[in-house]
Design a protein around this ligand. Structure first.
Ligand SMILES: Nc1ncnc2c1ncn2[C@@H]1O[C@H](COP(=O)(O)OP(=O)(O)OP(=O)(O)O)[C@@H](O)[C@H]1O
Length: 332
């Protein structure tokens, strides 16, 4: 069923899913990150431009809701091994494009491929198993499961209540040790190991973001798509999250992320793609794109941050301090 963002549950097939492969059998990402970044220097700054080594390619992808064309992308290529930011005003179609590319929604028309393999009509769980995962703007951690259970659910490349059944299946049990080992090492890396047995519902907003990122790595993806990883995260945790995103690139993974936080975009992106009204309107290196008057018009013209009242600012500070305090206690 579509959820609040029009995403579709790809469910019903989780029992056929295999386990996360043991460490020895995992993908090695054969990519020279520095060469991949350097190669972008020679790429034209025109919307839809071809990339030297695209991992993801989309053509004529259109999605309408009633009379509204939410996505109308002629051509898009995402360079392998680098961090690409997808920016644009509210309602530009960024999340809808994520949903379409990852099999959580279906376009009216269009074609797209990952590592040269067509993804048309491939359901989300298979897309995940092929090596392309995404996180959600509103995190989809399952509040009534513990942190470690959420991680095990991530191993299936699936989300949703039916996973509880999958977790109890004999097939699952036989693979549990491998998955638990990987889950524990990811929890350690994301500083969530002390929260292992806590219900995910008890985590702070920032910790949920960390859990969702950690969980997305359970299938050892080559392309990680993050939908607003910094939204609702306090400044201290933002630095931690930034470090985690950069470490994905260091491991040879490709990152495509949607973000409104321009400091983050400037800080970590190798390439920026701008959407407005469903279309790709600009792309290029971060500094060049953000200085482009057309982008400033399209983006900043329509995306105004609301000025905070004194009370709201005080509340944010209090929440951030409480969260930092909680982090400190966790890490003692
Ligand atoms: N399920 C849906 N039903 C109807 N309209 C939808 C649906 N999903 C998205 N839209 C509309 O499609 C347009 C694009 O929305 P989308 O969420 O993809 O934008 P966005 O760029 O991700 O915005 P934001 O930055 O605010 O998250 C918006 O006008 C939105 O209202």
């Amino acid at each position: 069923m579509p959820d609040e963002k029009g995403t579709l549950d790809s469910g019903g097939t989780e029992m056929t899913l295999g386990p996360v492969r043991p460490a020895s059998a995992r993908r090695g990402f054969d990519v020279d990150v520095e060469a991949s970044r350097r190669a972008l220097a020679d790429v034209d700054r025109t919307p839809g431009v071809a990339k030297p080594d695209p991992i993801l390619t989309a053509d004529n992808v259109v999605r309408s809701f009633g009379g509204l064309t939410a996505v109308d992308v002629d051509h898009l290529e995402v360079q392998r091994g680098v961090i690409t930011a997808l920016i644009g005003p509210n309602g530009a179609g960024k999340t809808t494009l994520f949903n379409l590319l990852t099999g959580f929604d279906r376009p009216d028309s269009g074609a797209w491929s990952f590592n040269g393999r067509s993804l048309n009509r491939v359901p989300a769980y298979k897309v995940a198993r092929m090596g392309m995962v995404r996180t959600f703007q509103l995190t989809k951690v399952l509040s009534k499961l513990t942190v470690i259970e959420n991680m095990r659910v991530g191993a299936t490349g699936q989300r949703g209540e039916r996973l509880l059944a999958a977790m109890l299946a004999p097939l699952w049990r036989s693979q549990e040790d491998d998955n638990t080992e990987r889950a524990d090492s990811l929890l350690e890396r994301f500083l969530l190991d002390k929260k292992r047995e806590d219900f995910a519902g008890s985590l702070s907003g920032g910790q949920r973001k960390l859990l969702e990122m950690a969980r997305s790595l359970m299938t050892d993806p080559e392309l990680v798509m993050l939908d607003e990883p910094m939204a609702g995260v306090n400044p201290a945790l933002k630095q931690t999250l930034l470090g985690h995103v950069k470490s994905l690139r260091e491991e040879g993974r490709t990152v495509l992320f949607v973000e409104h936080d321009m400091d983050m975009v400037r800080d970590i992106s190798d390439w920026v793609v701008v959407m407005a009204q469903g279309r790709i309107v600009a792309e290029g290196p971060p500094d060049a794109v953000m200085a482009d008057p057309a982008v400033i018009d399209a983006y900043l013209g329509a995306h105004h941050d609301v000025e905070l009242t004194f009370e709201a600012e005080e509340q944010i500070h209090a929440e951030a301090e409480a969260e930092i305090e909680q982090e400190a206690q966790t890490n003692d």
